[in-house]
Design a binder for this molecule. Structure first.
Ligand code: OSB
Ligand code: MG
Length: 366
C-alpha cells in the first residue's frame, strides 16, 4: 500500500467532568489524531498519550515529535500493518506513538480491503458489556450519586479510582450501599508500595473483581509478593507494555488478570498477542481505556470482542467523556456497546465537529 502522506492533527476535547486519579486531575483531553492517506482509502487512529508524563513516560508532544522525526520517516515505501510494526521495532519505547501509526496504517489497509477491524482481529461478539471508571471524588455522597447514575444508565461493572486517603472507606461505602452483587473493582494507578500490603488487605472483605496496578509499573516481583498477602486478584495495567512483559508477569505470579490497552503495548497486533498468551494460560483480560474519542473507542470495542475478553472493559459510552464526540456517539444498549461492522475501525470523524475542535494540523508528505 503506497502512502501519500500523513496528517498529524491536535484536537482539544473538554471532558464532561474533571477526572481525578492518584496521578492527577484532568479537565480536557489533548488528543493527537493520525490520518494516513493512500490512493484508495484514508486510515484514522488516535494516540492515547496524555498531556503530561504522569501515567507513563509518554506525553502527547513527545509522541508527535517521535512520529515526525523517526517513526513516519522509517515507514517502508509500501507499508501494511505488519511491515509498519517491523519497521518501528528498532526504536525503543514510544509505544503509544507506534500504536497510533500502526493503527492508522491498519485502518487504511482494512478499508481498502473492505474488512472490519473486529473481523481482522478475530472477534467473536457483536457487542461488548460496558464498565465505567469513576474518578476520585470530594465526598462519599458525591461518589454514591455518581455510581448510582451510571448504574441507572446500565453499566455492567464499576471501577473506583483509589489512592492513599481514598481507598478503604469509599470502597466499603459503595459495596455496602449497592450490595454484594455489584461487579466492583478498584484502580490505584501505582500509588502504593509493598509496605502497604496490610493496608490493601483491608479491601479483601469487599469481594472485588480485582485491584488494578497497586504498585509501581516496574514492581513485577513486588506484585508477586503482594499477591501472596491479599486475596483480591491483582490485575496489571501500567506494568504490561508488551507480550514479553505479560509472559514475565504470568510466570512470576505477579497478576491473574491483565488490562489490555492497545496504545500502551504498541498497537492492536501486540494487544492480540497478549490476549492469546493470557488465554492460553487461563488468565482473564479486559480492554482498558485512555479517555478516547470515538476514533480510539471504535478500535478498542473491536478488540474487546475477542473471546478472551471475559470481563467488562473501560469501554464506556461517548457521553461519559464528551458532550460532543468526534464520531457519531457510542451509546449504551442494555449495558453494551455495539462492535462496529463497517470496514476498518468502522467509524469516521464528523468533519464539522473535527474542524471546530482542531487546534493544529501538520501534513507530512511521503
Ligand atoms: O489507569 O485505566 C487507567 C484513564 C486515563 C489513564 C489511565 C486510566 C484511565 C481510566 C479511564 O481508568 C478509562 C476510560 O474510561 O477510558
Ligand atoms: Mg489503570
Amino acid at each position: 500500500m503506497k502512502i501519500t502522506g500523513i496528517e498529524l492533527r491536535r484536537v482539544a476535547m473538554p471532558l464532561v467532568a474533571p477526572f481525578r486519579t492518584s496521578f492527577g486531575a484532568q479537565t480536557e483531553r489533548d488528543v493527537l489524531l493520525l490520518r494516513v492517506v493512500t490512493p484508495d482509502a484514508e486510515g484514522w487512529a488516535e494516540c492515547v498519550a496524555m498531556s503530561d508524563p504522569l501515567y507513563s513516560p509518554e506525553y502527547v508532544d513527545a509522541a508527535a515529535d517521535v512520529l515526525r522525526r523517526f517513526l513516519i520517516p522509517a515507514l517502508p515505501p509500501r507499508a501494511d500493518a505488519h511491515t509498519t510494526n517491523q519497521a518501528l521495532r528498532p526504536f525503543k519505547g514510544h509505544r503509544m506513538a507506534k500504536a497510533a501509526l500502526e493503527t492508522a496504517v491498519l485502518d487504511a489497509q482494512l478499508r481498502t480491503g473492505g474488512q472490519s477491524l473486529a473481523t481482522y482481529l478475530g472477534a467473536t461478539a457483536d457487542r461488548v458489556p460496558a464498565g465505567v471508571s469513576i474518578g476520585i471524588m470530594a465526598t462519599i455522597p458525591e461518589l454514591l450519586d455518581t455510581v448510582s447514575g451510571y448504574l441507572h444508565e446500565g453499566y455492567r461493572r464499576i471501577k473506583l479510582k483509589i489512592a492513599p486517603g481514598w481507598d478503604i472507606t469509599p470502597t466499603r461505602a459503595v459495596r455496602e450501599h449497592f450490595g454484594p452483587d455489584l461487579p466492583l473493582q478498584v484502580d490505584a494507578n501505582a500509588a502504593y508500595n509493598l509496605t502497604d500490603a496490610s493496608h490493601l488487605a483491608k479491601l479483601d472483605p469487599f469481594d472485588l473483581l480485582l485491584i488494578e496496578q497497586p504498585l509501581a509499573h516496574d514492581d513485577l516481583v513486588q506484585h508477586a509478593q503482594l499477591a501472596k498477602k491479599i486475596t483480591t486478584p491483582i490485575c496489571l495495567d501500567e506494568s504490561i507494555e508488551s507480550a514479553q512483559h505479560a509472559a514475565a508477569a504470568i510466570s512470576l505470579g505477579a497478576c491473574s488478570i491483565i488490562n489490555i490497552k492497545p496504545g500502551r503495548v504498541g498497537g492492536y497486533l501486540e494487544a492480540r498477542r497478549i490476549h492469546d498468551l493470557a488465554r492460553a494460560h487461563g488468565l482473564a483480560v479486559w480492554c482498558g481505556g485512555m479517555l478516547e474519542t470515538g476514533i480510539g473507542r471504535a478500535a478498542n470495542v473491536a478488540l474487546a470482542a475477542l473471546p478472551g475478553f471475559t470481563l467488562p472493559g473501560d469501554t464506556s459510552a461517548s457521553r461519559r467523556y464528551y458532550t460532543t464526540d468526534l464520531t457519531p456517539p457510542f451509546e449504551l444498549q442494555d449495558g453494551h456497546l455495539a462492535v462496529p461492522a463497517e470496514p476498518g475501525i468502522g467509524v469516521d470523524p464528523i468533519p464539522a465537529v473535527l474542524d471546530e475542535l482542531t487546534t493544529s494540523t501538520e501534513w507530512i508528505a511521503l
